[in-house]
Write a protein that binds this ligand. Structure first.
Ligand code: GDP
Ligand code: MG
Length: 611
């Protein structure tokens, strides 16, 4: 059964390490709140610290007049094997082991002042102390500032209310077991502890009444009415204790000796001997431990399902916000490359189908290019008048004899020049489609949204690559046009019928080379040559464009970027991955909490399986 309390101790410690404690003022409900804890409540000097010390068997709590306890002290008691040295550990001092308990007291005082300042204010920020000893029962207790009616001089006025609010914030939680301390030499009905306990737990279901200072009652009076449940009913039995008096403390009576004399006091007291088995600090510690176990056992299924639900919620929220980014350079580079690949995948889907956009490239080849080619002003270029002019100019002072070789060449070159326009226009049109697809893909890469810098750099790199592909593609298609100009297909002209034969005139040689028919024939010949070339362009321009732009975009869009990133100093990785700080903070908080819940779930699982 002890294993359960040890479990809760571990989860509570994890809660504190991970910043999940009751006054963690954020919107998320705290795991701590769902765990049962025992809170010590009572008026000033009612004996709270004395009760706690008697549980531990050691002097370690600060003493003095005024409000000594000014921060909650979360005290986790852990039983270790008999014969082992007892020691204490603070959460805020890490692994340091305190075996000198007066040093523990000093550390509590110093740590209190560190947060509250010398002005003796109070703070809700708890101090966490674990004590390991063979003489304790497993328990987690929280010591709180004593309830008081008046502020001591030097302390701020609002402190009375502040203390009450702090104490209330602990005891009003339904999982809190209230250890309500009342000195026996005071009226229970007016006890600060009982008043508060009754307010938050009217049925007395989670209140344990403790009477201290039974040795200080007036002669002839006893507390049996309270201890036997007649004057003030609670669900749980009242427990009376006798702690060390101030005089004992001054004489350095140690706690163990005090335990013995307490036992003797009850065993030999004429008033209490008949119930002495149900009295005393040791009995109280065992009773609380048992109660804590019972409560934990009852609540464990609820806690487990609450944790599972929270893990689900947090996972969903984190998926939405994105997972934490890596801190070391290698992992950062990996993250960057993963994000680039995610973008690249989406870009590919746009090109290859699955996402829209790639079809618009085919539209250019299927419709835009052919219709641009059809609209070229070839008719004007090959009009009789223009043919005549070009041929005559090419002839110069010596008119051609049989066929105007130079004239043909010039007419063809002139016509081929017209193809530069549609060729370049195809390149540009595909470029704009690719650019648009990059823009869309960047937007659709959800993971990138968190990293505005990387997103911008990536988009810029992709666009720069597209510009390079465009330049290369333009060079290439113009090259195709130039190739056609530099070497004409001789066969085509050799296969043409000679003019005389075509006209069917036997005196062909006598034909006047300068009749209209002659120029018409030249125009027709050039036109049919050009239309053959045009057919070939309609096929080769798309091939060139796809080769230079589309294929490159698919294969090498981010190559330059990868090279650049590969040469970066490690600090640059962090710059690329700098997140929106608000998002970052939120995500980190959620991620920490998820870790907490997961480790809690593992702890619980391991304990449940072990039983
Ligand atoms: P706290 O302010 O509630 O933490 O109270 P302390 O534990 O510091 O006790 C206040 C004073 O009451 C100290 O001088 C203790 O020695 C004394 N005291 C506490 N419990 C008892 C008790 O059961 N009997 C006697 N005689 N004195 C006690
Ligand atoms: Mg105290």
């Amino acid at each position: 059964m002890d294993v359960l309390i040890a479990l809760v101790n571990r989860i509570q410690r994890a809660c504190t390490v991970l910043g999940d404690f009751p006054d963690d003022r954020n919107s998320l409900p705290s795991l701590w709140d769902s765990l049962p804890t025992i809170v010590v409540v009572g008026g000033q000097s009612s004996g709270k610290s004395s009760v706690l010390e008697s549980f531990v068997g050691r002097d370690f709590l600060p003493r003095g007049s005024g409000i000594v306890t000014r921060r909650p002290l979360v005290l986790q008691l852990n039983k270790i094997d008999e014969g082992q040295q007892d020691y204490a550990q603070f959460l805020h001092t890490g692994n340091k082991k305190f075996t000198d308990f007066s040093a523990v007291r000093k550390e509590i005082e110093d740590e209190t002042d560190r947060v509250t300042g010398k002005k003796k204010q109070i703070s809700p920020l708890p101090i966490n102390l674990s004590i390991y000893s063979p003489n304790v029962v497993n328990l987690t207790l929280i010591d709180l500032p004593g309830l008081t009616k008046v502020a001591v001089e030097g302390q701020p006025d609002g402190i009375v209310q502040e203390i009450e609010n702090l104490v209330r914030s602990y005891v009003e939680k339904p999982n809190c077991i209230i250890l309500a301390i009342t000195p026996a030499n005071q009226d229970v009905a007016t006890s600060d502890a009982m008043k508060l306990a009754r307010e938050v737990d009217p049925k007395g279901e989670r209140t344990f009444g403790v009477l201290t200072k039974l040795d200080l009652m007036d002669k002839g009076t006893n507390a049996l009415d309270v201890l036997e449940g007649r004057s003030y009913r609670l669900q749980h039995p009242w427990v009376g204790v006798v702690n060390r008096s101030q005089a004992d403390i001054n004489r350095n009576v140690n706690v163990n000796a005090a335990r013995l004399s307490e036992r003797e006091f009850f065993a030999t007291s004429p008033d209490y001997a008949h119930i002495h088995g149900r009295l005393g600090s040791e009995y109280l510690a065992k009773l609380l431990s048992k109660q804590l176990e019972t409560v934990i056992k009852a609540r464990l299924p609820g806690i487990t399902s609450m944790i599972s639900k929270r893990i689900e919620d947090l996972e969903a929220e984190l998926d939405h916000l994105g997972r934490p980014t890596a801190i070391d350079a290698g992992a950062q580079l990996y993250t960057i490359l993963e994000l680039c690949r995610a973008f690249d995948r989406i870009f590919h889907e746009h090109l290859d189908g699955g996402r829209p956009g790639g079809d618009r490239i085919y539209e250019i080849f299927d419709y835009q290019l052919p219709s641009a080619l059809k609209k070229l002003p070839l008719d004007r270029h090959l009009s009789l008048q223009n043919v005549k002019r070009v041929v005559c100019e090419a002839d110069g002072y010596q008119p051609h004899l049989i066929a105007p070789e130079q004239g043909y060449r010039r007419l063809i070159e002139g016509a081929l020049n017209f193809f530069r326009g549609p060729a370049e226009a195809s390149v540009d049109a595909v470029h704009f489609i690719l650019k648009e697809l990059v823009r869309k893909s960047v937007g659709e890469t959800k993971e990138l949204k968190r990293f505005p810098t990387l997103q911008a750099d990536l988009a810029a790199a992709a666009n720069a690559a597209l510009e390079r592909f465009r330049d290369a593609s333009k060079k290439y298609v113009l090259f195709l046009v130039d190739m056609e100009s530099s070497y004409l297909t001789v066969d085509f002209f050799r296969r043409l019928p000679q003019e005389g034969e075509r006209v069917g005139n036997p005196t062909a040689a006598a034909v006047d080379r300068y009749t209209e028919d002659h120029f018409k024939a030249i125009s027709t010949n050039v036109s049919s040559y050009i239309s053959q070339v045009c057919d070939s362009f309609r096929r080769t321009i798309p091939k060139a464009v796809v080769h230079c732009q589309v294929r490159q975009a698919k294969q090498a869009l981010l190559d330059h970027f990868y090279t650049k990133v590969g040469r970066y100093e490690t600090a640059e990785f962090a710059r690329l991955l700098d997140e929106d700080p608000v998002l970052l903070e939120r995500r980190q908080r959620f991620a920490r909490r998820l870790d907490l819940y997961k480790s809690a779930r593992n702890e619980i699982d391991s304990v449940l399986w072990a039983r």
